[in-house]
Design a binder for this molecule. Structure first.
Ligand code: ATP
Ligand code: LTN
Length: 334
């Protein structure tokens, strides 16, 4: 608890260009949570280097992501928005937790298996222990809730297992976190293959809507979205392409899937796709404009980066010191 509120932590990697899936599955939900929780949102750059990165590009993307958090509606005064690499407690706690995590547990992680298959030439130990660093992120802030997309639930479970294991040995050190999954948009699928999730690392640019796409590109991508030959707008697993478009439209217009189905009764896919494209443009355009302003306003953003890293560091170090003491590291001489 801080200021009488429960704690919330989440983060995103600054790799690739964010997609509509990232926005609807994660960022959009974050914005609604700041009144209820004390929120910490990190650009998790330590996680990013588990896959080889171009340094200049990573630095640029990290700043783009941090400004995007703000542009999407996270007030940087109410929410602590910061770079993970500016708070060394993340790496320090991750090391300690590594010593409380089993190889077998990490070997079962589906994200590791997927990424190892994708980057067969660079299966580094950082990639292997990635979930432990994520556990450290969450546990440092004694987080009660962690808003994530469904693909991260397995990592949340391992975080809880590690925390419980540690608490069983040393007493109540960590709060046991819960995953928070948004109701609409928890899983947005690829526009070209609705059986796959929309992913920023998809090679097919038409499969994803990027948050940087201009209105014409967005409309074009929706027009090309893979659907089916049924010809009727219905929310059913038998029509995964249309179902995905309904989910997107619902999330952008705040209408329920049932209302959407009713709205497009008797209408063709062409009309529906156009409406989805327009709804997405009306959500993304103001965010893009605000981000462009922020990127120009260097001093303002730098100040946010500095003060928020100090705040995050203060809270994180309190947990870290407690853990260091519990495991038996010598006390610091003041
Ligand atoms: P990659 O495809 O490169 O692995 P990603 O697009 O899955 O990346 P992450 O950085 O792993 O992006 O995810 C950031 C957040 O966005 C996470 O909370 C994740 O659950 C959520 N998210 C990612 N893709 C989707 C999606 N298609 N639908 C809903 N939420 C998503
Ligand atoms: N693994 C997450 C990003 C991430 C995260 C976290 C999310 C790193 N640390 C802590 C929530 C809490 C991902 O790939 N989306």
């Amino acid at each position: 608890m801080l200021n009488g509120q429960k704690m919330l932590f989440s983060g995103m990697q600054a790799t690739g260009t964010l997609t509509l899936g990232n926005y609807l599955g994660a960022l959009k939900n974050w914005v609604t949570l700041c009144d209820e929780y004390e929120c910490f949102y990190s650009v998790v750059d330590l996680h990013s280097i588990t896959v080889r990165q171009n340094p200049a590009e990573l630095r640029k993307r990290a700043r783009n992501l941090l400004t995007l958090y703000i542009a999407a509606g996270l007030d940087p005064v109410k929410n602590c928005i910061y770079y993970q690499s500016h708070v060394s407690a993340h790496a320090e706690l991750a090391w300690i937790l590594n010593c409380f995590t089993y190889m077998g547990e990490m070997q079962r992680m589906t994200q590791f298996k997927d990424k190892a298959a994708k980057h067969a030439d660079n299966i580094n130990t950082g990639l292997f222990t990635y979930p432990v660093l994520m556990a450290a992120d969450i546990l440092l802030f004694q987080s009660d809730v962690v808003p994530v997309g469904v693909d991260q639930v397995q990592h949340l479970e391992i975080t809880r297992d590690i925390a419980e294991r540690f608490n069983n040995i040393y007493g109540d050190v960590f709060t046991i976190p819960e995953a928070y999954i948004g109701k609409v948009g928890a899983k947005i699928q690829s526009l070209q293959d609705p059986s796959k999730k929309m992913s920023k690392s998809d090679e097919n640019v038409n499969a994803s809507i990027y948050l940087t796409d201009d209105p014409d590109t967005i409309i074009r991508k929706f027009k090309r979205a893979v659907t089916d030959s049924v010809g009727c707008v219905q929310y059913t697993d038998e029509q995964p392409g249309i179902k995905n478009l309904i989910t997107i439209y619902s999330a952008c217009t705040k209408k329920t899937p049932e209302e959407v189905v009713k709205e497009f009764e008797g209408k063709g896919y062409g009309d529906f796709k156009m409406a989805v494209g327009e709804a997405v443009v009306s959500v993304l355009k103001p965010i893009q404009d605000k981000q462009a302003d922020l990127l120009k306003n260097k001093d303002y953003v730098d100040q946010i980066i500095k003060t928020n890293a100090e705040k995050a560091g203060y809270i994180a170090n309190k947990t870290l010191r407690k853990v260091q003491k519990k495991v038996g590291f010598p006390e610091r001489v003041r």
